[in-house]
Design a protein around this ligand. Structure first.
Ligand SMILES: C[C@@](CO)(OP(=O)(O)O)[C@H](O)COP(=O)(O)OP(=O)(O)OC[C@H]1O[C@@H](n2ccc(N)nc2=O)[C@H](O)[C@@H]1O
Ligand SMILES: Nc1ncnc2c1ncn2[C@@H]1O[C@H](COP(=O)(O)OP(=O)(O)O)[C@@H](O)[C@H]1O
Length: 269
């Protein structure tokens, strides 16, 4: 079985308070985009895991795809599998690639071995892997609250917009980014801001991580400004960075040029 775990963008990200479990409460719109890895899972005589494409840091044994397999195996008799991950999505980018890989592994194992788990049950497994992971089970635009793993429906349709995502090669760990942030009560609930016309977002839809990380990584505000100068209706860093994206009306004609080592994706939302 072959599938294509996709990235997410955060449209606004408000870190509102620190929790007693060490995590932070947040408000963010999670929006899926079609920039993808490829994940193959095949029944096998013994368990194995291989990767290709971008090198994935860390011990392969701690890869989130294997964490997903082991988690399901605690409650279900899973036969051995061979998993192959072809890594395209940059890591430490705020695109949620690792969480997406794990959520797709849960969904694929559920289908392959006919476990008949519901989306709610799969989300409960995903929450044990990471805060972002549950979003990728249903993979639809939502307003995420609490730890980023509780979802409210949102009426937001950006189809017709073209998105450009730029990763400047700076790996920012999520824990480091949260460590640099001072939570604050939002001036306006994120859901209210998202209801307004996109032309108001530039001044009203904020990612709180920008304030903490832009002074440290000066290329990030420059990239954001470049996207606005190229005609973006809205531009922002996604998640805890370092990827920055711009949303353009229609198939905008723009000739953005970035340094060769940057990873860039352009596609329709
Ligand atoms: C910032 C966000 C926004 O979508 O995404 P990324 O930029 O990582 O993609 C998420 O909150 C990242 O979620 P995720 O990457 O799954 O984080 P986890 O593995 O659960 O946690 C990694 C570390 O981040 C911190 N953390 C994470 C989530 C949260 N709500 N509060 C936190 O304080 C904790 O220090 C935790 O130990
Ligand atoms: N399948 C995986 N794909 C990517 N990263 C993984 C995976 N499994 C574990 N990781 C670890 O998670 C880290 C964060 O990756 P990722 O989730 O893509 O970034 P982000 O948290 O910025 O969205 C990586 O640097 C790597 O150490």
């Amino acid at each position: 079985m072959l599938d294509f775990p996709n990235a997410k963008l955060n449209l606004g990200l408000l870190v509102t308070s620190k929790r007693t479990d060490g995590f932070h409460n947040l408000e963010s719109c999670f929006y899926p985009v079609r920039w993808t890895d490829a994940l193959e899972i095949l029944p096998a005589t013994e368990n194995s895991f291989t990767t290709s494409g971008l090198p994935v840091p860390g011990n392969p044994d701690s890869n989130l795809c294997l964490k997903a397999y082991r988690l399901l195996q605690q409650d279900h008799q899973l036969p051995p599998v061979h998993m192959h991950l072809h890594k395209v999505l940059p890591m430490g980018a705020g695109l949620g690639g690792g969480s997406s890989n794990a959520a797709f592994a849960l969904k694929m194992l559920n289908n392959l071995f006919e476990l008949k788990l519901s989306p709610e049950q799969l989300e409960n497994y995903a929450r044990q892997i990471g805060s972002d992971c549950a979003f990728f089970i249903r993979n639809k635009p939502v307003l995420a609250i609490e730890r980023g793993d509780v979802f409210q429906p949102i009426d937001l349709d950006l189809s017709g917009y073209t998105c450009v995502v730029v990763y400047p090669g700076i790996h920012i760990t999520t824990a480091e980014a949260y460590g640099n942030i001072v939570p604050k009560e939002p001036a306006q609930p994120l859901a209210e801001v998202l209801k307004q016309d996109i032309s108001t977002w530039k001044n009203q839809l904020h990612n709180d991580f920008e304030e903490a990380l832009f002074p440290k990584y000066s290329v990030l505000p420059v990239l954001k400004e470049q996207l606005y100068e190229a005609g973006a209706a809205y531009a922002s860093m996604t998640g805890s960075g370092s990827a920055v994206y711009g949303l353009f009306k229609g198939e905008a004609a723009f000739n953005l040029v970035f340094p060769q080592h940057y990873l860039v994706w352009k596609g329709l939302l």
